[in-house]
Design a protein around this ligand. Structure first.
Ligand code: ZN
Length: 195
């Protein structure tokens, strides 16, 4: 056991928030005290953070997987704008042959943080921003749903059990769109000629 307790050894600039490889999920805390000294200050952060597992149909982030994060922070008068990207490896099973598949998911990060955050913003506490959930959301959105191992995967037994692939674009958004009121009709309703 180390005798050095978790003192505030945080230097400025690039954050040292990456956890031990393959370790337990951790928080990615970006120090912003230095950055916030002047409006317009910019800082760039490269970090790795071990994320808790996440799963969608047929695909998952392995628990403790290291997400690679690139962030650009810019100081506002009352907060910080955070842009960047995150990527992480995922694994799963091919939806046709059930063989293992894997890949890399990545997503954009676009956040605002303030000491008193509005709805949907990140907080700034202790001169640090916890971007863990933003990173999780970014890589989570990119997880493919039930991906095939390759586009022309024929399944485990193409002769005996030919695979049929359901049409992904069934009747979702198109139908919903039709139900929206047509703006041209709204205009007609306003004109509404009497008799
Ligand atoms: Zn397959």
């Amino acid at each position: 056991m180390s005798s050095s307790s978790s003192s505030s050894s945080s230097s400025t600039g690039h954050c040292g928030a990456s956890g031990p490889r393959g370790g337990a999920p951790r928080r990615l805390l970006v120090p912003v005290a230095e950055l916030r000294r002047r409006v317009g200050n910019v800082d760039e952060v490269d970090a790795e953070v071990a994320l808790a597992g996440a799963e969608v149909i047929g695909t998952r982030l392995v628990d403790g997987t290291e997400a690679r994060v690139k962030l650009r922070l810019e100081a506002l008068s009352d907060g910080v704008v955070i842009g960047g990207s995150a990527e992480a490896e995922w694994t799963g099973e091919c939806r046709r042959c059930l063989e293992p598949v894997s890949g890399v998911t990545n997503g954009e990060i676009d956040e605002v943080a303030r000491p008193y955050p509005l709805d949907g913003e990140l907080g700034i506490g202790d001169d640090r921003i916890d971007v863990t959930e933003a990173v999780r959301a970014a890589v989570g959105i990119g997880l493919p749903l039930a991906p095939p191992c390759r586009e022309d995967c024929a399944g485990p037994d193409p002769e005996g059990h030919p695979v049929t692939i359901a049409d992904d674009a069934d009747d979702g958004p198109a139908e919903a769109e039709e139900r929206l009121p047509d703006p041209r009709w709204a205009a007609l309703a306003e004109v509404h000629p009497d008799r």
